[in-house]
Write a protein that binds this ligand. Structure first.
Ligand SMILES: [Zn+2]
Length: 571
């Protein structure tokens, strides 16, 4: 029997405790067949790759990112690097110039934080866009900015922008006019006008996003909410995922979560409870190693920087503001239990510690009442996690999914709002490991930088933009950060038996790096370069650097390449 591939001459960090470091891998049929095979087994390889001493680690797995949102952003005018409002108008003007007179100018990646809180002026946007409607999506995902033309279109469509919005705000200026800033649920006003996106656009977004992932060594991603709510792009969003997979546009393995709003009451036999799910009863776990339905995504509160995350003690400098739950606590419990009882694992967005109290209560009750579902239950973010909550999370076996790169980007602002005591409890790392809680790697991209090696550096350093250490006791080692992005992420997504390690039977998803990120200075982790990325035994990025050579070529260099096999059909 011939075996597909031998990778040799590598420094392999397997993440398998029984053999942590290896030099060669035998790969067959998309999986690892052997680690450091003996000469006899190695000789069975049809092809070989000389890794030339490169470090190889399991493929990175981002368990909380927004893939469609990120991909669409790559198709829109980019405001991620602007340094002034004038630059914003400039980008909008340039984007408008290529559009028809009535087409929407859509831009993304805008962050007021980068401009000291500066917000674009609706009238100046009108001028910049030459009378076209403008929709600027903020990178936080919790707000957007419209120009006057866009606001007029919303009113023309029959919406009353002066009426209050539950769980959101149309921000008014001193002149009594809307400034164009829409917060939280008020974003629906513009989404109602422009969504759903065509499936083809979502497929293109998936193509762009997952191709980008490969260049950063990412081989698996959880899309943290599709098909509903303010975060979905089409009620048919999962169909776009399936189409993209069928067309070969999905470059990495995906586990999309379905937003709670997409689920509806399901009837069954009289002896079955009325539950909620997708029609036909499809639930968490359906799919294959490339595309699998993840948990249901439920938003319990808002964001830290928007001071809408639900905290027990009020925000510093915002007297009486504790944030709020996005829905009534009893409704939240009902909705979560109903989905859970029909087989949906739950991923609950909870940032403030008061929201996390609710999340732990609900997930614990669900598990005790209905047992475990196909995938683990999760709490997304964990902006403030009190020590007593860590104990409960550990006891219930719930996964907490923190985003350490928030510290690198927004740490000073978060520390100001939380004050010193709660900053110590914010986006924990080490204390999760100490309690035996699984720590996965994640970014929330495009809210924050999603390049895993940068996020790993944030895990280790926890430095705010001004250079303060944010919760020093929560720093972890580079080796622990690598484990988070591989084995931790695999465990958080219920794939610990096939992902996260390079050992026999595991998927051949791996990354070639130019250095060992666990042995360099912590400040140099992010500078580690991804040389190549393999998914399922195929090098999908950087193949030119590690061309597989026919084994026979090495033994007998004169032997020509074998001709492609022909079949009756193709002859
Ligand atoms: Zn998110």
């Amino acid at each position: 029997m011939l075996v597909d591939l031998l990778i040799r001459n590598a420094h392999i960090l397997t993440q398998d405790p029984s053999r942590p470091v290896a030099e060669s891998l035998l790969i067959h049929d998309g999986k690892i067949l052997a680690v450091d095979p003996d000469a006899g087994a190695a000789a069975l390889a049809a092809r070989t790759i000389d890794a030339a001493g490169a470090t190889i680690v399991p493929g990175f797995n981002d368990v909380h990112a927004h893939t469609v949102w990120f991909g669409l952003g790559l198709m829109e005018a980019g405001l991620g690097s602007v340094g002034s409002l004038d630059e914003v108008y400039d980008v909008i003007g340039k984007a408008a110039a290529s559009l028809g007179p009535k087409e929407w100018v859509i831009a993304s990646g805008f962050s007021p934080l980068l401009l000291d809180g500066g917000q674009p002026d609706r009238d100046l946007l009108d001028a910049a866009a030459g009378g076209r409607p403008v929709w600027i999506k903020h990178s936080s995902g919790h707000a957007c900015t419209l120009n006057g033309v866009a606001l007029a279109l919303i009113e023309a469509a029959g919406a009353d922008i002066h009426a209050g919005v539950d769980g959101g705000a149309v921000v008014m200026g001193p002149d009594g006019r809307p400034t164009g800033l829409l917060e939280e649920n008020a974003m629906r006003l513009v989404q109602d006008l422009l969504l759903p996106y065509p499936l083809e656009a979502i497929e293109r977004a998936l193509d762009l996003a997952t191709t980008h992932y490969l260049s950063e060594g990412i081989t698996s991603v959880t899309d943290a909410g599709i098909a509903g709510g303010w975060i979905g792009h089409s009620p048919q969003e999962f169909a776009a995922y399936q189409n993209a997979k069928d067309k070969g546009l999905l470059s990495v393995r995906m586990q999309p979560m379905i937003v709670l709003d997409a689920l509806r009451p399901l009837q069954g036999h009289a002896s079955d409870a009325v539950t909620s799910g997708l029609d036909t009863g499809i639930r968490t776990g359906l799919g294959d190693d490339w595309l699998r339905l993840g948990p249901v995504k439920i938003f319990s509160d808002g964001s830290l920087l928007g001071s809408t995350a639900y905290v027990t003690e009020e925000y510093i400098g915002c007297t009486h503001n504790h944030g709020y739950l996005q829905m009534d606590a009893e409704k939240l419990r009902d909705a979560a239990l109903r989905a859970y009882s029909s087989g949906w694992a739950v991923a609950m967005h909870a940032i403030g510690d008061h929201a996390i109290d609710h999340a732990i209560d609900i997930l614990t009750e669900a598990q005790e009442t209905f047992g475990l579902n196909a995938l683990p239950n999760r709490i997304e973010h964990g902006g403030v996690v009190r020590p007593d909550q860590l104990d409960r999370i550990a006891e219930a076996g719930i996964i907490l999914v923190p985003q350490p790169h928030f510290i690198t980007e927004f740490g000073d602002g978060m520390a100001r709002l939380l004050g010193p005591k709660r900053t110590l409890w914010s986006y924990p790392g080490k204390s999760l490991l100490n309690k035996g809680v699984i720590l996965p790697g994640s970014s929330d991209r495009p809210v924050s930088n999603g390049r895993p090696l940068d996020v790993m550096q944030s895990f280790v350093e926890r430095l705010t933009p001004s250079g303060e250490i944010y919760g020093p006791a929560e720093r972890i080692t580079a080796a622990e950060a690598l484990a988070a992005y591989t084995t931790g992420s695999a465990a958080a997504t219920g794939t610990q038996d096939i992902k996260g390690r390079l050992s026999p039977g595991y998927l051949a998803d791996l990354v070639f790096l130019n250095q060992d990120p666990t042995t360099v200075e912590s400040s140099a982790i992010g500078a580690t370069r991804v040389l190549a990325t393999m998914v399922g035994g195929d090098i999908r990025y950087g193949a030119d650097k590690f061309p597989p050579r026919l084994r026979t070529e090495e033994l007998e260099p004169a032997l020509p390449l074998q001709p492609a096999p022909t079949t009756k059909d193709s002859a």
